[in-house]
Ligand binder design. Structure first.
Ligand SMILES: [Zn+2]
Length: 196
């Protein structure tokens, strides 16, 4: 391609298909959820300040150094003869929202927004309120009728923490590592051979 053609072909306007902030932060929450070892429920959360800076991220998992292979990922069934509450994951799992708050590394959370893939439970609602988070954006509210979630909503409404379902502007975001690697002529090289 000639230099002139290159100049003519240059894009002079901003790209219009860029990711909307809310989609970006919800996608960040979803990506974080991919870290979860829970075989049934993967939840991710992302806390963002008023200047659209990510303050913290979290996903549901056991407390640090509680082995993912030793603690149970099962739900203990109360009606069964050998019911053992200590074999229920609920006893041990830290929820995504709680982990995000704990991961904030001392940053003030007053006035921040929490993006979560699932509407927060009552225990997380307590932490959200106490930490000063002012708004919640969620993707799914599939347990809305359960007492845990009704209690959560009751507390949030009582203190004026906003909550609304995020309706994504785009249906999907595809991350394909190959797209980047295919346009990189050095991707198949061993970096040690480059003599930098
Ligand atoms: Zn929770």
């Amino acid at each position: 391609m000639s230099e002139e053609a290159t100049v003519q072909g240059m894009e002079t306007h901003k790209r219009m298909s860029y990711l909307h902030w809310d989609d970006y932060f919800m996608a960040t929450s979803l990506l974080s959820a991919q870290r979860s070892k829970d075989p049934v429920t993967q939840v991710g959360a992302c806390i963002v300040d008023s200047q659209n800076r990510i303050v913290a991220i979290g996903y549901n998992g056991f407390p640090r150094n509680c082995s993912d292979d030793e603690f149970p990922w099962t739900k203990a069934k109360k009606d069964t003869k050998d019911f053992d509450p200590l074999k229920d994951k609920k006893m041990y799992v830290v929820h995504a929202e709680a982990n995000a708050i704990l991961n904030s590394n001392g940053a003030t959370l007053t006035g921040t927004r929490l993006y979560t893939t699932l509407f927060p439970c009552n225990e997380c609602a307590k932490l959200i309120i106490q930490s000063g988070i002012s708004d919640i954006l969620y993707l799914s509210d599939k347990y809305a009728e359960k007492p845990t979630y009704r209690a959560s909503r009751r507390m949030l409404d009582a203190v004026g923490v906003g909550h609304r379902r995020h309706v994504p502007k785009q249906k999907q975001i595809i991350i394909n590592f190959d797209d980047i690697l295919e346009e990189d002529p050095n991707s198949s090289l061993n970096l040690n051979d480059l003599h930098l």
